[in-house]
Unconditional design. Sequence first.
Length: 186
Amino acid sequence: MAGRRSSARSRPDSSAGIAESDAPAIPAEAARAIVLRSLNQAPRTRKQLADLLEKRQVSEEVSMEVLDRFVEVGLVDDREYAENWVRSRHAVRGLSRKVLRQELRLRGVSDGNIEAALEQIDEAGEREAAFALAERKLRTLSRYDDASQRRRLLGMLMRRGYDSSVAYAVVAEVMRSEATHEQSWA
């Protein structure tokens, strides 16, 4: 057996056990380019960018260094991101504070920044947005009976995160307003 040669296949190869984490690290310059390309497409939170860099197998050390610099120069600002997100999603989609809070948490925004951004919307503003949503939706429901209209309006508002008490009050007000409007035309 001493004179026998072992094949390369039977001998453990020292390079076969290299893990992906031992692969060459992505340099900071490449990480910066990844972040810049992402920010050119749309604003992002620090967590979203960190997740992107992790997905691209950028080391945590390089990722932290690059993201710290982007925060320092103001290109990544979670507070501003949250404020813009709240303003846009509340005005366009009529989302409640509850849903906006959940969406921002999923994007990695801190609770402090979320609460600061949600201060833009008070209870009256939230109720106005719910009323406007219900009013627009009611126009598309004219072929349904009152009970179906009420049910559909309530479902729509609750899916957007409005409390049931707000939803019921707004739907009742919208339905009354529509009935009054129809009577004035008759």
